[in-house]
Structures are given as structure tokens and as C-alpha cells.
Design a protein around this ligand. Sequence first.
Ligand SMILES: *Cc1c(COP(=O)(O)O)cnc(C)c1O
Length: 383
Amino acid sequence: MTPKPNKTYLMTPGPCPVHPDAALALARHVIHHRSEEYHALHASVTKGLREIVGTAGEILLFASTGTGAMESAVVNTLSPGDRALVLRCGKFSARWGEICAAHGAEAISVDAPWGEAVPPDAVSRALDAHPGAAAVFATLCETSTGVKTDIEAIAARVRPTPAAFVVDAVSGLASSAFRMDDWGVDVAVSAGQKGLMIPTGLGVAAVGEGKGGALAARSRMPRYYFDWTAALAAARKNETAWSAPGSLVAALKISLDLILAEGLDRVLERHARMGRACRAGVSALGLRLLAPSSPADGLTAAYPPPGIAADDLRRRLREGYGITVAGGQGELKGRIIRVAHMGWAGPFDVLTAVAGIEMALADLGAPAEPGKGVAATEAAFRG
Ligand SMILES: *Cc1c(COP(=O)(O)O)cnc(C)c1O
């Protein structure tokens, strides 16, 4: 047995590793959130997020996790009794429906099996069946299954209807392509601790200029902290309505600068390559991909080889090699592993993960030919 690992590797799809330059920003003096210095910081972060989200609309920042940003979208787009379509293909997309129900809105589910994406035709049929739907809620990257949904195609189906299109881009932002205005998405939400490479605690809502902006004015849901009327007024002054999580905003500025310096297209291409290589590597080791037909770019979900329990594999990775990967959620609890390659990650993180899985499988009595997973990963990076 190997001794306790001296070095650890966080490879979960949230939280994701914090970029060291962003971490340094967290160590700086706290600045006041109603100062000129903060206004300049907020303006810079707004500009950067607009570029990455692809919108000319307003950017709202909250001291919350991604779920808070999601809740803000529900309570500012719907009114009690409104009907909304919720495209469900896993735990996070189902959360949209739970938030709607908690606030007295009627969620109509449009479901795909876990491991698949909801197809655009299913959305069209649901829109035809529910012409009064006020909003459609979807998820760019379903983190519980590692599925990417074709948001661009679905947006084209929603655009001609009166419904607003609201997208959870929490784990998808800066790992998979997302162009909010070009595609016709009205509202998008995200959070800092995934592809944006900062610690948990910063929620983001992007509110488009078309249907998006009109929604908040019309919505009659009870709300206070997450009231977009207050948040929009503050954002126009480069502030937040309540105390800003200033240190996280400062860290986010560093991350956004890094992403834009690398170039958003290159960042997305890096994630696409890491996704392809990780899928090749784990497949070569006998794992079975959960989402072969529409895989996310920022994480890979797979079933372990027959006879190996997913949670044993995860424990061996953690205890033997210092590698933390995620397990399954909901109906997939104990059945899969999820390996993130999102944000502050590069090819050698994927190689580390695949090599670790290869060694852990051998420890658990399911040896593959040594180096087989690593070879397939390398080949995919070269190819
Ligand atoms: C991480 C994540 C969220 C938000 O989770 P929080 O723990 O509230 O930050 C929402 N949707 C998706 C797809 C996610 O990956």
C-alpha cells in the first residue's frame, strides 16, 4: 500500500481549483464596496463577464452560490401561478423545477434520461402544448451527468414564443461555448467556483436587453435580497444592492483577465480537447461513458468496469493518490465517477486523473495493461 499522499488534486466539478493568481487577490486589503476603487473593479468584472457570456445586457452579482443566482432568476421572471417548462436531464436541471414549485409556480417537466440531453423537438412539442408558458428553464452543462445541451438550437425554438429562455450556465460557462445574445437567451446564471476559478460564494445573473429586462418589471414573485429591480439599479452604478463580496469580485477580475488573455476561443478549445482526451483515457481503461452522445467539455462521467464499485474507486483515488473526483448524485449515487477538467486545468491534469484511475483499478484487482489509459489520453491530445 502506498503511504498517505503528500500532494492532493481537486478534480471535482465544483468546487474547482482556484487559480493561484486569483487566490493572491483574495489576500489583498479589503476595499469598501461604495468606493471609487470598487466601482472600477465592478466595471471591469462586468465588462469581462459580458464578453464571456456574450451579452450586452446587465450583469448582476450576488453573494450567493449558483443556486441563489438560479432562485433569483425564478423569482424575477415568474409570478405566482405562472407555468414554466423545465428541461430536466439530471439533478441540477431538476433544481429549476424545485425552485419554481417552492415559489408557487407550475413547473412542466420535459425530461430526457440521465446521460442524454433534452432534444430541441421535445421542447417545441412542449411549447405547442403549453402556449401560455412564461419561461423555459434549461441547463447548458448538466453537472450530475456530464451532459451538454444544445442551447443554441433550443433557443431558436423558444425565441418565436412569448416565453423567456433562462439558462443555467453555472458549470458550462468558460468551458463550453455560450453566446447569450447571438443565440437569443434572455437570462443566464452562473457562479464563481467552476470554470471561473475562484472560491465558492459569488453568484452571477446576466439579464438580456430584450425579454430579459422586461421580465423583472412584470414579475410579481415575493423577493427581497434577490430583487433584480434593486440589483439592476445598483449595477448601473457599478455596485451591488447590498454589500458586495468584494474579495471574490477582485479574484474574479483576475480570472476574467486570464481567460480573456488566453482568448475565450482557445479556452473553449482547451476544454474540448481535455474532454476528448479524458473520454478516450477512461474508455481505454474499461470505464463506460455515461453521456457518449452529448458530452460536456468540462467534466467526464463514467461507470467503473464491471465488478468495481464506483465509491471504492473514488476512495482508492483519494486515499492512495490524493486525487478527489466526484461520485454520482440522485439515481446515480454510488454508480459513477465524475472527473472534472474545468477552469484551472490542462492536459497534465487529465493525464494525472487517468493515470490515477489506472493505478487505483489495479489496486482494486481490475488491472488493465499498464499505461493503456495514459497512452490513449496522450494519443487523443496529439491527434
Ligand atoms: C454547481 C452547479 C450549480 C450551483 O450549485 P451551488 O452549489 O449552489 O453553487 C447549479 N447548476 C449547475 C449545473 C452546477 O454545476
